[in-house]
Each structure stands twice: as C-alpha cells, then as structure tokens.
Design a protein around this ligand. Structure first.
Ligand SMILES: Nc1nc2c(ncn2[C@@H]2O[C@H](COP(=O)(O)OP(=O)(O)OP(=O)(O)O)[C@@H](O)[C@H]2O)c(=O)[nH]1
Ligand SMILES: [Mg+2]
Length: 331
C-alpha cells in the first residue's frame, strides 16, 4: 500500500488550488476522520471567519424524487451565473451503479473541462441513505477550496432529512406528484427539515393539486403562521422552474440569517458534530481496551459475571480516565 500523504501537505496543495489534493482530503474525511482531525479543525476555523460564506443547500426527498435531475439543472443555471458549484451527493443510486451517475451526467453536460464544478459521491455508510457525518468535514473542505454554492443531495423520507438540514444553510425538500409521501412526512413532524418545498416532476399529472395539498399541510403544521415555507413546482427534465431556484434559495437563506436562525443552526451543528466525534472516540477506546477481556474473565471467576452493569461502569470509568488522546493516523 502506498504511504499515506501527510494531511497538512495535502491541505497546502489544496489551498494552492490543487483539485487532486481536495479529492484526496475528501476521501480521507470518510476513511480516516480522526487522522485528518487537525487539518479539519484548521479548515473549519478558516471558513468560519470568512466574511463571505458559501451557500450550503440541502436537497432531499424520497428515492427517485428527481433530486439528481434537479441538481443537474441547478448546476447549469449557477454555472451560467459564473458561480463555482460543488455537489456532495449521498446517492445510493450511484453506489448501486458503482459510479457517480449524477457526476457522469454533469460531466457529460460540460463542453470540455470546467474548473467551476466539482462532484463527489459519498457512501451513505451508517447514515441510512441520508447525510453521513463525514460530510461535515467535507463541506468545510469544499467551502475552503472556494466553491460559492455547495449542493448536498441526500435521500430521505424520515429522520435523515433532519440530518441534512443540520448540515445545510437552507434545505429544499422534493416530492413527486401523487407520492403520498409529502403529507406523511409532514405528519411525522418534519416540517422543520424544509425551508422550501418542491413538487418535482411537475410535468406529470397531479402536480398542481399535490402542491395545493402540501401548502395546506404546511400551513397547518408550521410553527409560525407568518413564515410558512414556500412550495414551488419544478419540472427539471424540461428545465421548468429551475432558473428561479437560486434566487428563492438565496432569499430564504437571507431571511434565516437575519432572524438569527442560521446562527442557531450553526451552533446546533457544532454541538452535534462534537458529540458525534466524542462518541466515536469512546467507541474506539472501548474496542481498544485490552483490560476488558481480563476484567470479564476475572468478573466471571469471582461471581462478578452476574454484574454486567457494574462491569460496564467500571470499563467506562477506565476509558474516560485516559484523558485527551493524541491524533492517531492509523484510525
Ligand atoms: N417526468 C419527469 N421525470 C423526471 C423528472 N426529473 C427526474 N425524472 C425521472 O425520475 C427518475 C429519477 O430521477 P433522479 O433525478 O435520479 O431522482 P433522485 O431523487 O436523484 O433518485 P435517487 O437518488 O435514487 O433517490 C429518472 O428516471 C428521471 O428521468 C421530471 O422533471 N419529470
Ligand atoms: Mg439521486
């Protein structure tokens, strides 16, 4: 196996505009998150103090809702406005097909190489098709590289929508007409996950009435009746309704920022991220703890085998006593 590149050296290359270094760091964020911890922290600090932030847009909805097609259209519109766009797709379809379906589509649509677009498909390992935690570091890396818009595709018709909403500044939730999912999802209390709602495949019959049903449900479910999320119709295959999306998303994001909601979400994002990383660390320490086997063997012989609760507390006490750990690039 080739020796692993030093994350700090990769970051320096990335900061000089090396896309290969960006790609490597994105991979490491998934495969070796603890190993790039120091670099990830430096990048997070860098982007957090920037006066002009990238817009992170979550695009979610049930499988096959038309998210990738919509993103494809959105990328074209944004490139037409000279914006630099990155797409981070947690896309089980592309996993199944063994490659990045949307990525291929976007690449095929380019006339020659386009440095203003970057596509990355990520494994949904442990995230049930939704947004994986490695994504937080990846989003910072993409922002640090200089993308203006970062589009995050995540499949979800349940809790996973919430996950992507934590990662994004503004989230678009898509439902195709006649899916029945829309109202179900709202009933599950997931209104907060969406900042704008979209009936996709609006060329199909029933789109208008689906939008009306969704609007009514949103009015009923919204916490603030003065701030009911907008419902838009998009027929991405025909390119209808896509050109207006950047403006709608920017306007919504600006309102969220002015109301303090963006800052609140960023704080929550940090809390979730730190908690998740700490959980990982504890899990790793529990797995590494050599003394567990001995303690258990000992416990069994002295009758403590009947006290799993006590043993678990002892084990936890021991691994927590170890104090902060050095970064371990092996993990
Ligand atoms: N009629 C119609 N079909 C569409 C439209 N957009 C997408 N589709 C079709 O719907 C299917 C799924 O589209 P995708 O864009 O891959 O949907 P997705 O939500 O990304 O799917 P997953 O990533 O697998 O969840 C494809 O066959 C598309 O051609 C549209 O605007 N109208
Ligand atoms: Mg897709």
């Amino acid at each position: 196996m080739a020796p692993r590149e030093d994350p700090a050296a990769l970051l320096a290359s990335m900061q000089r505009g090396d896309r290969r270094a960006l790609a490597r760091l994105l991979t490491r964020a998934e495969s070796d998150p603890a190993g790039i911890g120091a670099v990830a922290d430096a990048v997070a600090a860098d982007v957090a103090q920037r006066p002009k932030r990238a817009l992170r847009v979550g695009i979610t909805g049930p499988g096959g809702a038309g998210k990738s097609t919509l993103i494809d259209g959105l990328v074209r519109v944004l490139r037409g406005q000279q914006k630099k766009v990155a797409v981070l797709a947690t896309d089980p379809t592309s996993e199944r097909s063994g490659g990045a379906l949307l990525g291929d589509r976007i690449r095929l649509a380019q006339e020659g190489p386009d440095d203003g677009v970057f596509f990355r498909s990520v494994a949904t390992r442990g995230a049930a098709g939704g947004f994986a935690h490695a994504g937080f570091d990846q989003l910072d890396l993409l922002e640090a590289f200089g993308f203006d818009w970062i589009l995050i595709e995540a499949v979800g018709a349940g809790q996973s929508e919430i996950e992507v909403a934590f990662a994004a500044d503004v989230t678009l939730v898509c439902f195709p007409p006649n899916s029945g999912d829309a109202v179900q999802t709202l009933k599950a209390g997931l209104v907060e996950a969406g900042d704008i709602f979209c009936i996709s495949k609006a060329d199909l019959p029933g789109a208008e009435s689906a939008a009306a049903t969704l609007r009514t449900a949103l009015e009923l479910e919204s916490a603030d009746p003065r701030d009911v999320p907008q419902v838009v119709l998009v027929a991405a295959l025909e390119g209808r309704g896509v050109a207006e999306l950047p403006r709608l998303l920017l306007e919504r994001a600006e309102r969220l920022r002015l109301s303090g909601e963006t800052a609140r979400r960023r704080r929550l994002r940090l809390v979730r991220r730190v908690r998740h990383l700490a959980q990982r660390e504890i899990e790793q320490r529990l797995l590494d703890d050599q003394a567990l086997g001995q303690a258990l063997a000992h416990g069994v012989t002295d009758g403590g085998g009947n006290a799993p609760h006590r043993l678990a507390r002892e084990l936890l006490g021991r691994v927590l006593q170890k104090g902060p750990v050095q970064e371990n690039p092996r993990r």
